[in-house]
Ligand binder design. Structure first.
Ligand code: PLP
Length: 460
């Protein structure tokens, strides 16, 4: 047990010295901060000894639960060898083993589909994995003698991280509009967000209408386009928007036909989150570049990878003097501790039979979301695998949103906390994204509590 005076000192240090991400610090300073001290399986414990169900997987990174012995042991074993050595000019054992395992994993996922992902470029977070993919795509076309192909197409509501390049291809106005003047030029394709279709179509045509819009951009401009970048199947941070069938494979076909690369940002969706190892599998397509991070180490260590095809990799081969090198790398690229954690996390998919065991939970989530959908302030709910969004609206008939200032998502999240559920909403959209290893009874408790909470907030 932590002594109350020590807790107060920690809270004081947090308030005095930390600038929290995505947080209005004035609001933070007015509240009593929750300090997490330990965790087990799907639960987090705070400094007052209270336990919470981790309903958002510690911001979408946890897959197999907290404190998995296999991963703890892999890191401890690696600690006795070497904690960090650079990949700039040197190799190390965990990064090579993990790269092999990642390619075996994508080979199993995509089987004999083409193109084939065959190379792994490491970095240390989702944003940098995206920066790497953008730079690779850009430079690839220089080497292919098509230097005019310099622009990117991003999708509305897309989110790819917070570094400048990743923001430039992202389209979540709340996060990005302040920095607009810093961005390089991108094209924006409409998002197949069927509940609020900006093209004014109703559901059955929603995806196809967006596909037409994408085709029109490519028809007029493909000679200037290096790549399309998208979050396959689920636009996560943009509002848990789940795409209709036909859209993602349609974009893949368009990219192939118009000689444009496809970058799939699987940072949120990768590693089983959507019920398949990678979300691209739902559409039966393979991208030319694929970014992974979040779930890769089960949330233990910062690590990311950008996977590429031989076609792209080979375009960078040449004599030293030709300057075809990919001039990019980070100090912690291929960190051995992180790679050891990721290797152990990948093995757990086999020993736990994670993807098979999540099926009944995915079903339960769907059934209970259908009940929640009937509540008066719930406009839409959507899920794929164990990734769900519940969109709260002021008026169910007109779909009129709650004003931003109403902070409706936060009101629900804070009330849920009283019931021992730790959530983080996206504006008016509640996110349900527990670790894949959650027990079915815990998932039931989570959704029942959430339902009660939404009812309570709607009656306030
Ligand atoms: C979280 C996220 C990122 C950014 O990852 P960081 O590790 O936070 O930099 C990029 N793309 C998607 C789809 C994400 O969900």
């Amino acid at each position: 047990m932590i002594h109350p005076e020590d807790i107060n000192h920690i809270k004081q240090s947090d308030r005095q010295f930390i600038w929290h991400p995505f947080t209005q610090m004035k609001q933070w300073l007015d509240a009593d901060p929750v300090i997490i001290t330990e965790a087990k399986d799907c639960f987090l414990k705070d400094a007052n000894g209270r336990w919470y169900l981790d309903a958002v997987s510690s911001l979408w990174v946890n897959i197999h639960g907290h404190r998995r012995r296999e991963i703890d042991d892999a890191i401890k074993a690696q600690l006795d060898k070497v904690a960090h050595s650079t990949l700039l000019g040197l190799g190390n054992i965990p990064s090579a083993s993990l790269a092999e395992k990642l390619i075996q994993t994508t080979d199993r996922s995509f089987a004999d589909l083409r193109p084939r992902l065959s190379k792994v470029f490491y970095s240390d977070n989702g944003s940098t994995a995206v920066e790497v993919a953008l730079k690779m795509a850009f430079q690839y076309w220089m080497h292919k003698g098509k230097p005019k192909k310099q622009q990117f197409i991003g999708i509305k509501n897309g989110y790819h991280g917070d570094t400048i390049g990743a923001m430039a291809v992202g389209n979540v106005d709340t996060f990005h509009s302040t920095f607009g003047p810093l961005f390089f030029k991108t094209k924006k394709a409409p998002s197949p967000y069927c509940y609020r279709c900006e093209l004014g179509k109703t559901h059955p045509d929603c995806g196809l209408a967006c596909l037409d819009a994408m085709e029109n951009i490519l028809k007029t401009d493909s000679e200037n386009i290096a790549a399309v970048i998208l979050e396959p199947m689920v636009q996560a941070a943009g509002g848990m928007i789940i795409w209709p069938d036909g859209y993602l494979d349609g974009v893949r076909t368009l990219c192939t036909n118009f000689d444009v690369l496809l970058i799939a940002d699987e940072v949120a969706t990768g590693f089983g989150r959507t019920g398949r190892m990678f979300a691209c599998e739902h559409a039966g397509i393979v991208p030319d570049l694929m970014c992974v991070s979040k779930g890769i180490t089960n949330g233990y260590m910062p690590l990311a990878a950008t996977l590429s095809t031989d076609e792209i990799y080979n375009a960078f081969l040449g004599e030293f003097s030709e300057l075809k090198t990919f001039f990019h790398g980070h100090s912690y690229t291929g960190n051995p501790l992180a790679c050891a954690a990721a290797g152990a996390s990948l093995r757990i998919f086999e020993t736990d039979n994670t993807l098979e065991n999540m099926k009944p939970k995915t079903e339960l989530l769907k059934i209970m979301l259908n009940e929640i959908a009937n509540l008066p302030i719930v406009g839409d709910m959507r899920s794929l695998g164990l990734m769900a969004g519940i969109e709260l609206v002021k008026d169910k008939q007109t779909k009129e949103p709650f004003p931003w200032e109403a902070a409706i998502g936060w009101r629900v999240a804070l009330k849920a906390r009283e019931m021992g559920i730790m959530m983080r909403p996206l504006g008016n959209i509640l996110v349900v994204m527990p670790p894949l290893s959650i027990l079915i009874d815990d998932l039931k408790y989570l959704l029942e509590s959430l339902k009660k909470t939404i009812i309570a907030v709607s009656e306030e």
